[in-house]
Design a protein around this ligand. Sequence first.
Ligand code: PGA
Length: 249
Amino acid sequence: MEKIIIANWKMNPKTLKEAEEIFYSLSEVKLDNVSLILCPPFVYMEDMSRLLQQKNISAVLGAQNCHWEEKGAFTGEISVAMLKNFGVEYIIVGHSERRWKMLETDEMINKKIKAILENGLIPILAVGEKKRESNFKDVIIEQLKKDLVGVDSESVKKIIIAYEPVWAIGTGISDKPKDTIEAVKAVKQYIASSYNLSFDDGRVLYGGSINSKNVIDFVSQAEINGVLVGGASIDKEEFRKIIEVVSKI
Ligand code: PGA
């Protein structure tokens, strides 16, 4: 079954030259049954979009953020329509670094999701608990409920959800796959029952300290549709290995 790999470069790398090197390293990798979504910083988008058209790399572009308004007086912001012009097809929303470091609220995330869908792009909605406590599944369902207010069932079906426990992001401590499966199942069941969809309509990924050694523990589970990779996605060798492992499933 095809798995999704999302590369979230975050605010990296420092130069366009390095960004191009990471990009070129992917041209040697064979992608079997893998759908690869690259999410570089905005300033590299135009270049990455051009390279994607020239090189034989079967990846698509994603962005790490957007504003919900189409245009106007929003200094420092970028609209979905602008990103679409550069061939962006996916946009990450609700990443914990934006929720907790940039104080983004569920209300803002909800507006972004609606703007992304209205423009015909696909949101990658990240949810996850700050601390692992016995009620962690309730915490993520609560986030989902708020983030998806007013989104219809046809649209919900398109959204990719990334389960990303905050404590696992960038810490080197990944979740235990058995707990991830619990969370992923809870999300899929919630989506299925609330939106009159089937359990398998949900596409739910795991993110948090994924590397070439632990990725197999997650992607080998039928319920988990792929991984969102942060730090390891800008390490050329490590990311190549991750793709190879996932391709062999
Ligand atoms: P990480 O980041 O792989 O560095 O933990 C994951 C993410 O971007 O959510």
